[in-house]
Structures are given as C-alpha cells and as structure tokens.
Design a binder for this molecule. Structure first.
Ligand code: GDP
Ligand code: MG
Length: 438
C-alpha cells in the first residue's frame, strides 16, 4: 500500500499546483498507509486534515514541485506527532521497563544494557519477574550474551523485595535497568506490583515496552501504565517483522511522551535509538522524506532573495534569460539535473513529452557553461535577449571565456523554451492542468 502512495505521488511529477482532487487522493493514500500501520483512527484523521489544509493553502516555494512540497508538508506533520526521540542522557540513572507479557521487556532490558555498555557505561539489569516461569534464566542468559551485570533471585517470591535487593547489589553500576513482570491483561495486581516496584527503585525514567503489532490496543495500555507510574518514553519491539509500529504513536500521543528505542531482532545487539525520519518513512512506505524535506528547505532559503519571482511569472509575461538563469540556479541547488527536471514547475511529467526533443536538453556541462555566459551579460541583455546582436555575442564569449557558438546555443535554447512557454500563456489553471494530464 505504501507503494500506492508513492504511485500517487509520482503521478504528480511536474505539476506546479495541486488541485483539490489531487490533494484528496494523496490524503486518502496517506490515511490508508497509516491505518494499515496500526495508527489510531482519530490520530490519522487529525493528521490528514492538517495535511490537506496545508497542501491546499500553502504555495510551493519557487523551484519546488507541488509533489515535493506536499511531501515536505506530510513529513513535517508526521514529525509533529511522532516527535523526537526520548532524551536518554549518558549518565548514571535507573530505568524501569513496563509492559504486557511478551511485549519484549526482558529482551529490551538486555539490549538496552548492551547499548549503554557500547557508550562506555556500566549497566546492570535487575530482573523482578517472579511470575513467568523461566524468566530468571532467560534474563540471566541474555545478560551474559550482552556481557553486562545481572541481578535476580530465582527463589524469591516478592518482586518488590528483589527490586530493593537488586538496587543494593548493583551499586557499582552506572545504569540500572529494572525489568518487571507482565501479565496477559492489565490486571489490578500487576499495576499495583509495578507501582510498588517504582516506589522501591525510584527510577529516573520509565519506558513502556510495546510490541510493534500492538495496534489499537495501545491506547488503553498506555493510559493504564501512565496513570500508574508515568510513561516517559516508549520502546517498540519486533520491528524486524511485518508490523510497522503505528500503535506506538497512539501510546506516545496518549502519554505525551516520545519513542526511545526500537527493537529489530532477537539478539542483544538488535537495538537502535529511535530516529523519526526512518520511522516515518517506514510508516508511509516512502523513501527518505527527511532528505527531501531538507532539500526543499534549502532551495527555499537560497531563492529567498528572489522573493518577488514566482515560477508562474514565466507563463504571464515574457520568459527572459533572467528567468532561465533563476531556473538553472534553483535546479543547481536541488541536486542532479535528471532528478530535478520534474521540479521545474510546468516542465516535468507529461508536459516534457510534448516538447521538441531537445528543447529541455540542458546537460549539466552545458548548464555550467550557460551560467558563466549569463554572468557576462548585462542586466539589460538578460531582461531582453533580443537586444543581443553579433557584437554582443562576441563580447560575451570573450568575457566568459567560452566560444561564440556556445553563446549562440544558449540563446537558441532560451528561444526554444520561450516559444514552448508562450504556447501556454493566457491559459487558465484548468487548461494547464488538462494539458499536463495528457
Ligand atoms: P517480556 O515478556 O515482555 O519480557 O518479553 P520477552 O523479552 O520475553 O520477549 C518475548 C518474545 O519476543 C521473545 O521470544 C523474544 O525473543 C521476542 N522478541 C523481543 N524483542 C524482539 C524483537 O525486537 N524482534 C524479534 N524478532 N523478537 C523479539
Ligand atoms: Mg520478561
């Protein structure tokens, strides 16, 4: 399904503006992707209405295609919900893990301990689960694999006492990770137990451990644990499977917290610090949105000095060499030519096919030459290319250290673009859209 969002986006290549229908189609695909990734319905609706409103009301900045612009909006709105990763200072602290049975607490405890050890800290895991048979052995084994200190007591029956003893026994450790028991459901005695452990160990932060496949059940769980002990962050496990972990967004939203760690496998090294970009891209089934977003941002900043210039102006008055220069400028800042062809408003996608074969054939080398040449032109020449006669061509070639032939090529190129654009002049937006859809 993610690929169908990509498909919808790709259909927009080359469009300078999106009409309502385009936006609705995109929003629908985003909704579908997010719901399929287990993001809660209300959250999906909020997100998509924000995206829709911005996409319809905000103008794409000069040099940016409508497609990239909406992708940037999507990314920004997603970041708003997903948030940055939970702050985990690399200093002595106690972290308690909470969550349902099987969510991955014990595994995550050992993984986190391993992670802290790679940061040069001395972690210890305290296992307080007296409920699950084999919990002690499992935790001990994983801590051996992680080569970190472990405390547990297979014979003790009171988890709170184990927690207290464990805190004492691990005094030398920098990081204490307290693993707790989970039950099948949210039973009152489980909540009570974890509250007591919390009082006994006074953790600096509590992380809620959630299986990526949790789905809509995340809300009730997050709420329960948050009101019992307070949730400072979420660890999502089993992201190596097919589940995308959208339920974590519900939890983060519900507890006003953020995501701290991602579990991506069964060994102690299969842990990553959460990073919004990858997670969002995965949720939407899209490529690297952050990179794109930053590229658009940069282009916006760098063309900022040209505030009064709008790409659409090319379709109103005459298309001057200055316009061409600005276009090439914007293209330069946005990346390799073949990737940005479709960013030139009105120049990508279907429209490209209608142009004479070499009308847009400005290769990177030629472009570099053209830039140098245009730098040697006067403002008047740039505004009115028809004023450039043979003697001017000679002067410009000499000034720019290029051949007269290349200067002529530039003028030829400009003429072709001008002619192409003039075909579209005087058309309403609707006509433009129709032409592009052909
Ligand atoms: P707990 O009951 O919350 O302590 O959960 P466990 O840590 O015992 O994990 C339950 C099961 O999920 C175990 O079989 C783990 O190996 C498995 N598991 C935990 N985290 C991950 C993960 O990130 N990826 C995969 N594939 N399996 C995981
Ligand atoms: Mg466990």
């Amino acid at each position: 399904l993610g690929s169908s969002l990509r498909g919808t986006m790709d259909k927009l290549r080359g469009k300078s503006r999106l009409d309502e229908e385009d936006v609705q189609e995109i929003v629908k695909e985003i909704q579908r992707s997010l719901l399929q990734a287990d993001v809660e319905v209300d959250l999906v609706m909020d997100l998509s209405s924000n995206i829709e409103e911005r996409a319809l009301n905000e103008e794409p900045p000069g040099g940016t295609s409508a497609r990239d612009h909406i992708l940037k909006i999507v990314y920004e709105e997603m970041v708003e919900v997903v948030g940055d990763s939970t702050e985990i200072p690399l200093e002595p602290q106690t972290i308690m893990l909470a969550g349902l049975q099987g969510s991955g607490k014990t595994t995550t405890a050992a993984k986190m301990a391993w992670w802290f050890s790679t940061k040069g800290l001395r972690p210890a895991v305290i296992q307080t689960d007296t409920f699950r048979p084999g919990a002690y052995e499992q935790a001990k084994q994983m801590c051996e694999n992680a080569e970190v200190q472990f405390y547990g007591d297979p014979d003790a029956e009171d988890p709170v006492q184990i927690a207290r003893d464990g805190m004492e026994a691990t005094e030398d450790a920098d990081i204490r990770i307290v693993d707790t028991a989970g039950r099948h459901a949210l039973e009152a005695d489980l909540i009570e137990e974890i509250e007591e452990i919390e009082r006994a160990v006074a953790p600096d932060r509590n992380l809620l451990v959630l299986d990526a496949a949790i789905g809509q059940g995340a809300k009730a769980q997050a709420r329960e644990f948050d009101s019992a002990v307070g949730v400072d962050g979420v660890a999502i496990t089993k992201l190596d499977g097919t589940a995308k972990g959208g339920g974590a967004l519900t939890a983060v939203n519900e507890t006003d917290s953020s995501i701290a760690f991602l579990g991506t496998g069964e060994t102690v090294q299969d842990i990553e610090r959460f990073e919004p970009n990858g997670f969002i891209s995965r949720l939407l089934g899209m490529g690297d949105l952050k990179q794109l977003s930053e590229r658009v941002e940069r282009a916006m900043e760098e063309t900022g000095e040209d505030d009064d210039w709008e790409p659409e102006d090319m379709l109103q008055g005459s298309f001057t060499l200055k316009d061409m220069q600005r276009q090439m400028d914007a293209m330069n800042k946005m990346g390799p030519l073949d990737q940005v062809m479709d960013m030139i408003p009105g120049m990508g996608g279907g429209l490209m096919d209608q142009l004479p074969d070499d009308a847009m054939d400005v290769t990177q080398d030629r472009m570099r030459n053209f830039e140098v040449i245009m730098d040697s032109m006067t403002d008047e020449e740039l505004e009115d290319p028809r004023s450039i006669g043979a003697s001017q061509v000679q002067r410009i070639a000499r000034g720019s250290g290029t051949e007269e032939e290349t200067v002529q090529e530039l003028l030829q190129q400009h003429k072709m673009m001008d002619q192409t654009l003039s075909q579209f002049q005087g058309m309403g937006d609707g006509d433009m859209q129709r032409m592009m859809k052909k």
